[in-house]
Design a protein around this ligand. Structure first.
Ligand code: SAH
Length: 242
């Protein structure tokens, strides 16, 4: 029986997505490096400092070091490690060791911990639509390293990411963890000159693309498509319809 081209593509894609899985957090990071999904030493060091197990549901702890997304409730997922690695690699250069970053749809809180691990001066602010998930992110971060929240280096705010987080802007980097219908204007406004935003754009459940948005020193904005992705939708945004 002949497999369709689509079925073959899916098989290859899923096998590849799993190939970096490990038995421990260090193992997972080592495999991401081996598979060339992680190249920057600063990002590698950050990922070794953040144990993914602390950010998954207790029932999923056995799968914490699998290179795949895991459900965290409320239709949300903690993204696959290779996607977190890709996002960090795009954003780390503009954050360096003391930048400020916004994570829209911070979900489990994993990326906030990873951004903070890039350097002792980094500030990472999360905005999350679902109050229960914001509470979960807060609890996960507290268990990972309570001093991050206590010092104010990491914050979690309940809100609609379409509006960004004006009280903490501007940001050297913005990560959006859910697919938007279009790039929210407020996020472009809140990006600092020299800043980079990574955002999935496209219809819910349909063809989505990861975009990289750069704001140059003179304030001009350019966009380019990186690759096709599949994210849960960025809900809300009623005031930002275009
Ligand atoms: N990056 C996170 C979560 C990804 S799932 C992680 O890896 O753990 C996407 C998240 O975006 C969910 O938590 C969802 O509740 C949140 N979300 C969806 N729409 C949002 C909006 N308008 N504003 C803020 N968060 C939103």
């Amino acid at each position: 029986m002949a497999l369709t081209r689509l079925a073959i593509t899916r098989l290859i894609t899923s096998a590849f997505a799993w190939s970096s899985s490990g038995k421990t957090n260090d193992d997972l990071v080592t495999n991401l490096v081996r598979d060339r999904r992680l190249k920057l030493p600063a990002v590698e060091a950050a990922l070794r400092r953040v144990d993914r197990k602390m950010f998954v549901l207790p029932a999923e702890r056995g799968a914490a070091y699998d290179d795949r997304p895991l459900g965290i409730g409320y239709s949300a997922t903690i993204s696959a490690p290779h996607m977190h690695a890709a996002a960090l690699e795009f954003l780390a250069p503009s954050i360096a060791e003391k930048g400020s970053v916004l994570d829209v749809g911070c979900g489990s809180g994993y990326l906030l911990a990873a951004f903070a691990a890039l350097g002792p001066g980094v500030r990472a602010h999360g905005v999350e639509y679902v109050p229960q998930l914001a509470k979960m992110a807060d609890a996960n971060l507290r268990a990972h390293d309570a001093s991050l929240l206590e010092s104010g280096r990491v914050t979690v705010t309940v809100g609609d990411g379409w509006a960004g987080l004006p009280e903490r802007a501007p940001f050297d980097a913005i990560h959006v963890g859910a697919a938007a219908r279009s790039v929210p204007k407020a996020l472009i406004t809140q990006l600092a000159p020299g800043g980079v935003m990574i955002i999935p754009v496209g219809p819910a459940g349909g063809a989505q693309e990861l975009l990289r948005v750069d704001k140059a020193a003179d304030g001009s904005v350019s966009e380019r498509t990186l690759f096709g992705v599949r994210y849960v939708p960025l809900v809300g945004g009623d005031k930002d319809e275009v």
